[in-house]
Design a protein around this ligand. Structure first.
Ligand code: HEC
Length: 199
């Protein structure tokens, strides 16, 4: 048998150079594939569903596409529904909110006044949430919650529906209100509409 020559053929050397060039270009990220549709699983209707283990209860907001549905529509920024179910003074809630904010919001929104590193890298039009020009003081709790759950109206900010439980989203709302400067909710519409002015 003839020995294979160890020297790289010309064409191959060209290919290697091209590959090196491409890999040094900025990476173009693909979106996360989170639906597991291609995973090695039992597909729908492939076999009869196994009975649920004893004691299992159903839970809202499971990580299924169903829970991605928007459950409430945005109406106006001061809307009262849905109501904040958590006690704004509960220390455990505030701690949860701080943790969740740090994971999910700070990359873009920073500390609320100064935007975060993802914004600095060029994510467009991230809103300043608190401080003198902060948006939190212009919107009710429901609007803030819906922004987290369903994404912003413009869809520039993504929806967190599948990523967090409802209580975790409300905890973020409470924590931002409590800890960020000038982040309190504005007066409800009924109290300010009389003279057409916002105090
Ligand atoms: C990927 C970047 C990004 C992340 C992460 C992010 N946001 Fe946003 N957020 C935006 C952008 C961009 C806007 C401006 C959207 C607009 O003006 O339509 C925005 C706007 C907002 C607004 C104002 C909405 C309005 O109607 O004016 C609130 C409140 C808000 N974000 C809260 C949060 C909270 C709380 C989190 C964490 C759960 C979060 N954001 C995570 C990018 C982000």
């Amino acid at each position: 048998m003839r020995e294979v020559t160890p020297s790289t053929p010309r064409a191959l050397r060209g290919l290697v150079a091209a590959a090196a060039l491409i890999s040094s270009a900025p990476a173009l990220a693909l979106p996360w594939n989170i639906d597991m549709v291609d995973a090695d699983t039992v597909k729908a209707y492939e076999k009869a569903m196994a009975p649920l283990p004893e004691g299992v209860v159903s839970q809202a907001n499971l990580l299924t596409p169903i829970s991605w549905r928007q459950n409430w529509a945005f109406t106006d920024r001061l809307q009262a529904e849905p109501m904040n179910p958590l006690n704004p003074d509960d220390e455990a809630v505030l701690q949860l909110g701080e943790r969740m904010y740090g994971i999910y919001c700070a990359p873009c929104h920073g500390d609320g006044v100064t935007l975060g590193p993802v914004s600095a890298k060029g994510y467009p039009a991230v809103a300043v949430l608190a401080g003198d020009d902060g948006r939190l003081s212009t919107m009710g709790d429901a609007w803030v919650y819906l922004t987290i759950r369903n994404g912003s109206v413009s869809k520039l900010m993504p929806a967190y529906n599948y990523a967090m439980a409802d209580d975790e989203m409300w905890a973020i709302v409470n924590w931002m209100r409590a800890e960020m400067p000038n982040a309190e909710a504005p007066m409800p519409v009924a109290d300010t509409a009389a003279d057409g002015e916002t105090p």
